[in-house]
Structures are given as structure tokens and as C-alpha cells.
Design a protein around this ligand. Structure first.
Ligand SMILES: [Zn+2]
Length: 165
């Protein structure tokens, strides 16, 4: 899933337990695997240095900057939307804790690419094993499917927990 989808799910999970941001962080972390188990499109890193499946020396090239640009945009969009939606109720910190927890598994993915040793290798094997990637050649369709997923998620959350959203 995109970081934006992970951010919103993580913030939502953590906002259900606002009195305990540490637990919210863990809930955000756990929500990452629930979302990854749902069939989804994903963007793959172009730079081998960021891909645990390929590994590779870190080279400052076009592929790396392109990856960093996409990941930063996705990550900041997710964090911004989560703080905007859940911060309205004064849940800034729980939302932030949930987002960081939800981002951690993907951050560890890149740690494994740079430092391929235990426990990161086992964690990445588990993380990859849970993925339900849909091979989609069109990035546009892939992004649209993620937007639809996020809209459906927020719609369901509004229905289930109207006080939250
Ligand atoms: Zn993931």
C-alpha cells in the first residue's frame, strides 16, 4: 500500500486509544500488516539500493532521487492528511504516533536493503510474505485504486466511528 493509505489507517487506529500514544504507535504498526494483506497496487523502488530484493550500493543517481521524491511526497501527504483529519479533534499526538508506527515497517524495509542482516532479514521476509500485490502496469490505475481504497476506508470509518471523522 502507499504510505498515504498506511498513514490514515495508522492514525485512525491510534485515535481510538488517544490516552495511550505508545499503544497507538503499536496499533499503527499492526495496521500496516492488515493493509498489506489486502490485494493492492504498489510502487516499486527504481533504485536497487532501496530494494531489499535486489540490494546494491547506494548511488546518487536519477533513480534514487526519483524514489526519494515519490516516497517523500507520499509520506508527507499521508502525514498531512492524517494530522488534518484527526488533529481537528485535538488528536495531533495520537495521530502522529499512529502514522509513525504505520510507516515503521516500510522504513525497516529500506534498513534491510542497506544492512542485510538479522533481525531485519527475517522481518522483511515476513513483510514481503504478507503482501498481496496486484501486478498493474498502469501507475494511473494503481494510484486511482489506492484513492478509491482510501475513500472507502474513510467512508467506512465515518460510518463506524462518526465521532472520529
Ligand atoms: Zn508494507
Amino acid at each position: 500500500m502507499t504510505l498515504t493509505a498506511h498513514a490514515l489507517a495508522g492514525a485512525a487506529a491510534a485515535s481510538l486509544m488517544p490516552e495511550n500514544p505508545a499503544l497507538g504507535f503499536c496499533a499503527g504498526f499492526a495496521s500496516h500488516f492488515v493493509l498489506d494483506a489486502i490485494p493492492h497496487w504498489n510502487y516499486e523502488p527504481r533504485s536497487p539500493a532501496l530494494d531489499p530484493k535486489r540490494g546494491g550500493t547506494l548511488r546518487l543517481n536519477k533513480a534514487l532521487f526519483s524514489d526519494l521524491g515519490i516516497i517523500s511526497f507520499d509520506g508527507l501527504l499521508g502525514l498531512g492528511l492524517a494530522l488534518l483529519l484527526f488533529g481537528r479533534h485535538g488528536l495531533w499526538f495520537p495521530a502522529f504516533a499512529g502514522v509513525t508506527g504505520a510507516y515503521l515497517p516500510d522504513a525497516l524495509h529500506f534498513v534491510t536493503a542497506r544492512f542485510p542482516r538479522e533481525p531485519f532479514i527475517s522481518f522483511t521476509r515476513f513483510h514481503n510474505g504478507i503482501q498481496r500485490d496486484i501486478a498493474e502496469n498502469s501507475a494511473l490505475l494503481g494510484v486511482l485504486s489506492q484513492i478509491l481504497f482510501i475513500a472507502a476506508f474513510l467512508g467506512a470509518l465515518h460510518y463506524v466511528a462518526p465521532a472520529l471523522l
